[in-house]
Write a protein that binds this ligand. Structure first.
Ligand code: PMP
Ligand code: GLN
Length: 388
């Protein structure tokens, strides 16, 4: 079953297989240590695993309520009160989704109309732009420049038009590891306060930030939160990316529109894990410890790579570190990442994959959400490869 007997009009002609799939497959093919696709290689909390088993055995295996299990949404209300000082309503403001990816897709589909313009900052996580294009809208992409990748606030008004319906941003940021500051939110507010623009804040790495007590979140800015979808992922927070369970926080009217799409896209989210999380989240110790847990990994990894022929600005958040390899190769980043996978046995992600029109910069991304022994083994392979 290969050829179809007619001309297919692709809705996403530019889209191929994601770079994460490509690099993980190449890593497997060449037995490379996989620091490409972002996923931890260490186990999750035993207590959480036990809880999940109990919920399966207790027979909680049928459809969950469309917006999510009530006890989990109440646990999210409490978490947001403690962490963000915001008072949410479980029925009006929270929807549990099969991963942040579905939340992003449903939010864009729900409120972006054909002909609208949607602003994204590049490098951008890969699922935003296809969703915007499927909604029939135009992508206005704003390239950010390294090494600090700050938003060019003073130039932003030129990108806004009466057709701008949404601005999408991500903090802590994948792949660059930058984090927004309070001043970014203040500038964003000045930009959108007299418009109908809806915001989509991708905060899946909300608990993974370094060298600071806390990071900016849209949820701590009441006037921005009232026009926003804020998206989170339990996969990141509980070291279980394969679960694909996340949630979206939004004001009542946006939640209503969101659920119109969500209910016909997936209807509901995996039931037993929602129940297990509802119980597990009664104790915030796990996520309170995450910044320190991941900062140790970042520091350990940076120490390991400090003599390698790369330059970098230490990641401030997320579990990624971007490095500049221009001192050792003139290859483009995709070819360099493939070469490193095949010849050095360490897989990374080329950062140009996060740009809709590519990028000529010589940057690759490492994922350091790994056991120390994995990071050490990868560094040893790289040292050997670069003859250090
Ligand atoms: N946004 C960003 C920035 C991500 O890195 C990821 C991770 N894959 C997602 C969204 C999607 O999260 P999930 O796996 O929960 O769908
Ligand atoms: N978020 C992960 C990353 O950036 C990848 C998720 C995926 O493979 N779709 O590596």
């Amino acid at each position: 079953m290969n050829d179809i007997p007619f001309q297919l009009n692709s809705k996403l002609p530019q889209v191929g297989t994601t770079i994460f799939t490509v690099m993980s497959a190449l890593a497997a093919e060449h037995q490379a240590i996989n620091l490409s696709q972002g996923f931890p290689d260490f186990p999750l909390d035993e207590q959480l695993l036990t809880l999940i088993g109990e919920k399966y055995k207790a027979g909680l295996n049928q459809y969950a309520p469309m917006p999510g299990v009530p006890a989990l949404r109440e646990a999210i209300v409490e978490k947001c009160r403690l962490r963000y000082g915001i008072h949410l309503h479980a029925d009006d403001n929270i929807t549990v989704t099969p991963g942040a990816t579905e939340a992003i897709f449903a939010a864009i589909t729900a409120v972006v109309h054909p002909g609208d313009e949607v602003i994204v900052f590049e490098p951008a996580y890969d699922c935003y732009i296809p969703a915007i294009e499927l909604a029939g809208a135009k992508v206005i992409s704003i390239p950010l420049k390294g090494p600090d990748y700050r938003i060019p606030w003073s130039e932003m008004t030129q990108y806004i038009s009466p057709k701008t319906s949404m601005i999408i941003f991500n903090t802590p940021h994948n792949p660059t590891g930058t984090v927004w500051e309070e001043s970014d939110l203040a500038q964003l507010y000045q930009l959108v306060k007299d418009t109908n623009i809806i915001l989509l804040s991708d905060e899946v790495y909300e608990h993974i930030y370094f060298d600071t007590e806390q990071t900016a979140s849209i949820l701590r800015h009441p006037q921005l939160a009232e026009r926003s979808f804020a998206v989170y992922s339990f996969g990141k927070t509980f070291h279980a990316t394969g679960w694909k369970v996340g949630y979206v926080i939004a004001p009542k009217e946006l939640t209503k529109e969101f659920r119109k799409v969500h209910q016909f896209n997936v209807f509901s989210t995996h039931t037993p894990i929602q129940h297990a999380l509802a119980t597990h989240m009664q104790n915030p110790a796990h996520y309170e410890a995450l910044p320190t847990f991941y900062q140790q990994k970042r520091d350990y990894f940076l120490e390991l790579i400090k003599d390698l022929p790369f330059t970098f600005t230490p990641s401030k958040g997320s579990y990624f570190q971007v490095v500049d390899y221009s001192a050792v190769s003139s290859l483009n980043d995709l070819d360099f990442a493939k070469k490193l996978t095949i010849e050095a046995g360490v897989a990374t992600v080329p950062v140009s994959a996060f740009y809709s029109r590519g990028s000529k910069e010589k940057f690759i991304r490492f994922c350091f959400a790994k056991k120390e022994e994995t990071l050490l083994a990868a560094a040893e392979r790289l040292r050997k490869y670069f003859a250090l």
